[in-house]
Design a protein around this ligand. Structure first.
Ligand SMILES: *Cc1c(COP(=O)(O)O)cnc(C)c1O
Length: 364
């Protein structure tokens, strides 16, 4: 039996091999490797793609979120609202700047933050809401933006999993004041290494992040802030520019794969991903739920099908965050999702024969 891995870059990377090699050669022969024209070109193309005025390339998605919070002066004594079932990086960004994460439960069917539960968590210390467009589905942004406006809060979207997704036709990563995106290799738009960006419509924020990623300096040897080195290098920028041209096609393919899964699995005992009304989903991950998650994973594994759990331990139960003082039972929906979710293979090039094989193994 042929194995079906959880993730396989081969079909995607075969498709663009010659263009990627050309991009590598161009950078190699340019003799300019940091903060050059490949970065500027990519930033302009991604800003256009994401329908934001600015895109500032940085070292990775976590740094993008950290820089977004720093640019908004969020730090010690401030609270940031974040979903209780997010990937740990969202929470690490908040605690790295010295702020306190305030967890809000997701909706159990969409896996995204439940906006109706946000208001009761707002205090006079609340500075921002960080919606996470988990697995590729856009959060209910109309509700969130209205709340943010009413309480004068910043919005920092974690758009690491949702490139090209949208709510009511408006793209994720274009709602918030400063938004982080990741180009980690396995993301829908992935570099061949670490990479990320901040998207924003505000010139002051874009300018501040440009300084913060580069030692706090706008002008060489003139430092306005105590910055860091969190730049996106020319090689990754050039490779990302090649891939960006294919992103819409690849997103379409992801949606078709998810649709095929939905059609075949609708009669099974699995709980399938559900969309909120007006929310688009770009299927970074195809996550289903079952109380027999361990048995299903083992069975698929025995038949050569790779799966992963996103995520087995919610942030409030991580050892690293013991100091926040939470215990089991504090966020029951996040815990339920952590105990029952399983992600099926979904990658560009996964064919119908493979999907049929995966679903018939599940139906066994
Ligand atoms: C991947 C990811 C990040 C972090 O991005 P990196 O580029 O890996 O640092 C942040 N938030 C979410 C939701 C992610 O999936």
């Amino acid at each position: 039996m042929n194995k079906i891995p959880f993730l396989n870059f081969q079909p995607m990377h075969e498709q663009i091999r010659s263009e990627m090699h050309q991009a590598f050669s161009d950078v190699y022969d340019s003799y300019w490797y940091i903060m050059g024209e490949k970065l500027q070109t990519f930033e302009a193309s991604y800003a256009k793609y994401n329908q934001t005025k600015y895109c500032v390339g940085v070292s990775n998605g976590l740094d993008a979120l950290i820089l977004a919070l720093q640019a908004l002066n969020i730090g010690k004594g401030d609270e940031v609202i974040v979903p209780s079932n997010t990937y740990i990086a969202s929470v690490i960004a908040i605690t790295t700047v010295g702020a306190t994460p305030v967890f809000v439960e997701p909706r159990i069917d969409t896996y995204n933050i439940n906006p109706e539960l946000i208001e009761q968590k707002i205090t006079k210390r609340t500075k921002a809401i960080m919606p996470v467009h988990l697995y590729g589905q856009a959060c209910e942004m109309d509700y969130i933006m209205k709340l943010a406006e009413a309480y004068d809060l910043y919005v920092v979207e974690d758009n690491a999993q949702a490139h090209g997704s949208s709510y009511n036709g408006k793209l994720t990563g274009s709602f918030g004041h400063a938004n982080g995106v990741s180009f980690y290799p396995g993301k829908n738009l992935g570099a061949l290494g670490d990479a990320g960006a901040v998207t924003t419509n505000k010139e002051e924020i874009a300018e501040k992040i440009k300084a913060l990623r580069n030692y706090g300096s706008h002008k060489k040897y003139h430092n306005n802030y105590v910055g860091l080195n969190r730049r996106l290098d020319e090689l990754q920028a050039a490779l990302l520019s090649v891939k960006l041209q294919y992103l819409n096609d690849w997103t379409q393919e992801r949606k078709e794969i998810a649709e095929t899964y939905n059609e075949i699995l609708v009669g099974s005992n699995l709980i399938l991903p559900k969309l909120a009304s007006n929310a688009d989903h770009v299927y970074h991950l195809y996550v289903v739920r079952t109380s027999k998650r361990e048995e299903l994973q083992e069975h698929l594994n025995n038949k050569g099908v790779g799966t992963l759990i996103h995520y087995p331990i919610p942030p409030h139960l991580q050892k690293a965050y013991k100091y926040l003082g939470y215990k089991k039972g504090d966020f029951p929906i996040a815990e339920e999702l952590a105990n029952t979710s399983i992600s099926l293979p979904l990658w560009v090039g996964l064919n119908t024969r493979q999907i049929n094989s995966i679903t018939s193994i599940i139906n066994e």
